[in-house]
Design a protein around this ligand. Structure first.
Ligand code: CP
Ligand code: NVA
Length: 300
């Protein structure tokens, strides 16, 4: 594994290796066992979109591993004034040991990987959010002690989270059921992959999707960059809310997860979010551990 660009690139074993290392690093951190595995290494973090969890967990994680993280806002980089990503990649490769990038186009992340010669980590694009989904899988495994055979249900927009959860879930042997309103389906590349699995279903009915689910996951109706469609999306997604009725369809001990930030009263009710706060904030915490594992695998 040279980069982390999207879940489609990872094998089942690579995913499980990352989760195992993340579990170990979490244990070590909780027990005060030092793990300066990236001493002297520098990570550049390019942000073309806002972030709380991704920025802080990468920065703190790099510090805990003995390395250094540089926050690079695209407003301050020449990339924000049109310098080609191909040139940026080749220049940054001479200075630092890895790049985490959050941007719009998946192609931009793929181009960084193609032209640079340091590991590239996708910190979210419109297509994919692999770091989040690795943390999600880690959290499910912590609560359920397994992944294989569990039913993961995603309700909402067929966005970066849906794309990555479908692929990640199927690769580790979960059954995956997705409910999205018609035009908001996941990416074609993801559906082409998923449709070869008998245990994948794409539905319009969120109640049917949630039936007997072990994990119910949702995400905002309007992702970063889609704010202009907020009103239309509120109408189109009004039936796609994780609420009490949905949770009555799922197994009684079903988990609820959300990558955050959440819009209470839209994709999830406040009641459901608060009654599942334990797993949702463990999920947020696990970003730290899983990303440390990814950095160690790629930059160690
Ligand atoms: N879940 C997630 O990626 O959060 P941020 O946008 O705060 O980084
Ligand atoms: N789908 C959301 C995830 C935020 C972490 C977005 O892209 O804005």
């Amino acid at each position: 594994m040279k980069h982390l660009l999207k879940m489609l690139d990872l094998s089942r074993n690579e995913i499980l290796d990352i989760l195992n290392l993340a579990d170990q690093l979490k244990y070590e951190q909780k027990h005060g066992i030092p793990h300066s595995l990236l001493k002297g290494k520098t990570l550049g973090m390019i942000f073309q979109k806002a972030s709380t969890r991704t920025r802080v967990s990468f920065e703190a994680g790099m510090y805990q591993l003995g390395g250094y993280a540089l926050f690079l806002s695209s407003n301050d980089l020449q990339i924000g004034r049109g310098e080609p990503v191909e040139d940026t990649a080749r220049v940054l490769s001479r200075y630092i040991d890895g790049i985490m990038i959050r941007t719009f186009e998946q192609d931009e992340v793929e181009a960084l990987a193609e032209y640079g010669d340091i590991p590239i980590i996708n910190g979210l694009t419109d297509f994919s959010h692999p770091c989040q989904v690795l943390a999600d899988l880690m959290t499910v495994r912590e609560y359920k002690n397994k992944l294989e055979g569990l039913k993961l249900c995603y309700i909402g927009d067929g966005n970066n989270m849906a794309n990555s959860l479908i692929v990640g879930g199927l690769k580790v042997g979960m059954r995956v059921s997705v409910a999205v309103p018609g035009e908001y389906h996941p990416a074609k590349k993801v559906l082409d992959f998923a449709n070869s699995f008998d245990c994948f279903e794409l539905l319009a009915d969120p109640m049917a999707a949630a039936k007997e689910a072990d994990v119910v996951i949702t995400d905002v109706w309007a992702s970063m960059g889609k704010e202009g469609e907020q009103e239309k999306r509120r109408r189109d997604f009004s039936e796609y809310q994780v609420n009490k009725d949905i949770m009555e369809m799922a197994k009684p001990d079903a988990m609820v997860m959300h990558c955050l930030p959440a819009h209470r009263g839209e994709e999830i009710t406040s009641e459901i979010l608060e009654s599942h706060a334990s797993e949702i904030f463990d999920e947020a915490e696990n970003r730290l551990h899983v990303q440390k594992a990814v950095m160690v695998k790629l930059m160690g």
